[in-house]
Design a protein around this ligand. Structure first.
Ligand code: ADP
Length: 261
């Protein structure tokens, strides 16, 4: 595919005969798609050498026992950055798949509450200082892509923890709404989001000034992806937040209605 530029013949004074003027017929959508195809190809190309570097990095890490402290630190830092780059590449590929309509969802019927309970359990095990509180388990069945929905929950949970350095509680709420949706909320008591920066969070690379200043690691792609995945499945996503007090992010998915037998 290429951007369409149509040459147009225009009248000129006799001694110049004619000249060509280019009429740019590019619409924004075509440029965006072109950009996404480029991102997708570039990400694929980077992924292959990156996985080779990652494998060698892991070999080095296993051989660190007798290494000097500076070498240990350097290898661990390199591996940390390689992991960050791989998650960035995966997220970039996913965003370009969404914009070009190539993200394939594999929906199934599952209990959203059980999925959240499983994720919270593994989260509580891996997060040493934060505690995620989950309400008593209920049964809310949805018809959605389980893996992708799981990644939305992980994103909201890990943000709640990451952006709450001085508070250790994260509350989850799950409810059925009057309009037949399962609504999940993740509440934290962390740094919050200033009102003037709230609009950009679901955009690609939308990060607040404070987290950039503090160099809190992140790609700025997680919420964008989460929003697209939720919307593609007929759901809604949003948040309320107050600076220095905390945030509540929520998303909803249509409840699965069993067809009449
Ligand atoms: P990342 O966390 O990788 O930067 P996200 O897309 O998940 O990317 O989030 C985008 C931005 O939204 C974050 O960089 C941060 O500025 C803000 N943000 C997200 N969740 C929270 C939260 N729970 N509390 C405060 N800020 C948040």
């Amino acid at each position: 595919r290429s951007v369409l530029v149509k040459p147009r013949r225009i009248y000129q004074p006799p001694n110049l005969l004619f000249s060509l003027e280019f009429e740019d017929l590019t619409d924004n959508k075509a440029v965006m798609e072109e950009k996404d195809i480029f991102i997708s190809i570039a990400s694929h190309e980077i992924r292959t050498p990156l996985s080779v570097i990652k494998a060698y990095g892991q070999i080095l890490e296993r051989e660190l026992n007798n290494a000097k402290p500076i070498v240990k630190r350097a290898v661990l830092k390199i591996n940390e950055q390689i992991n960050f780059m791989s998650s960035l590449i995966t997220a970039l590929l996913d965003t370009s798949k969404i914009t070009t309509g190539k993200l394939i969802l594999e929906p199934e019927v599952f209990n959203l509450c059980s999925l959240i309970a499983e994720q919270v359990e593994s989260f509580n095990l891996t997060q040493t200082s934060h505690q995620v509180h989950l309400p008593k388990e209920a049964d809310l069945m949805v018809y959605a892509d389980k893996v992708r929905t799981g990644s939305v929950i992980t994103n909201l949970l890990s943000n709640a923890v990451k952006y709450s350095p001085n508070s250790h509680d994260v509350n989850i709420n799950i409810e059925a709404t009057a309009d037949h949706r399962a609504k999940v909320s993740v509440q934290d008591f962390g740094i919050g989001i200033p009102v003037h920066e709230q609009a950009k969070l679901f955009q690609r690379f939308g990060r607040t000034d404070l987290v950039k200043q503090k160099r809190i690691p992140g790609t700025g792609l997680g919420l964008h992806l989460a929003a697209e995945i939720v919307k593609l499945q007929g759901g809604e996503i949003g948040f309320t937040s107050a600076e220095s007090e905390g945030s509540t992010f929520y998303f909803s998915l249509p409840l699965y209605e069993r067809p009449d037998e």
